[in-house]
Write a protein that binds this ligand. Structure first.
Ligand code: CA
Length: 196
């Protein structure tokens, strides 16, 4: 897939349209609906990730994306839009929030992680809504793993389960190799809905 972009600068609100990935458009839960990033995933120190999504239905765990390095280790990154709230894990440490993801409307999410301080922050539609610290994460996330949109990985690029799948649309998914500040994220959060 080509929907993941690495950027040096934030996209403008009027950035040209990018494709929208719609998983489980039929409404049927599936372990076979996903996208696998074909290009190499780089080593991550501090980072930010932003995307827009329109959630169609909640699954039990609603994993939007996962990044794994091997069959044995837990997922390095996992981001769940659960009914009970937005939850993100890095190396099995969880940022657990009760921040609700609206159903069937476009919203913009950002997650930032500062490797130096271990602080994480979560933004919804450009506003900082949640923050906290991971305890016990040291060192960067290694490169070369499997980055999957739409499923959680029990094995490298596999071991999917429909209860841990994503049902909905995602677009404008970008990673940055640094922590974006409040103002930058507010500016990067587009006000208009994508078409489609
Ligand atoms: Ca699993």
């Amino acid at each position: 897939m080509d929907g993941v972009v690495w950027l040096d600068t934030p996209p403008s609100a009027t950035a040209s349209q990018v494709p929208i990935l719609f998983l489980q458009e039929s409404g049927t839960p599936s372990s076979e609906s996903f996208a696998h990033l074909a290009t190499p995933f780089p080593k991550l120190f501090s980072f930010s990730v932003c995307y827009r999504l329109r959630l169609a239905r909640f699954r039990e765990e609603s994993t939007l994306m996962s990044y794994a390095l091997s069959d044995d280790l837990d997922n390095e990154i996992r981001m769940d839009h659960r009914m009970t709230g937005y939850k993100v894990s890095l190396r099995s440490k969880w940022a657990i929030t009760d921040l609700k993801t609206p159903l069937r409307s476009w919203v913009h999410f950002c997650f930032t992680f500062d490797l130096g301080t271990s602080e994480w922050r979560i933004y919804l539609n450009g506003e900082r809504r949640e923050e906290g610290f991971f305890v016990g994460i040291s060192g960067p996330l290694d490169s070369g793993g499997a980055f999957i949109i739409g499923q959680e990985q029990d094995s490298l690029a596999g071991g999917f389960h429909r209860d841990q799948s994503f049902s909905g649309e995602i677009t404008e998914l970008n990673f940055w190799g640094r922590v974006l500040d409040d103002r930058t994220i507010a500016q990067a959060s587009p006000g208009d809905r994508p078409s489609g």
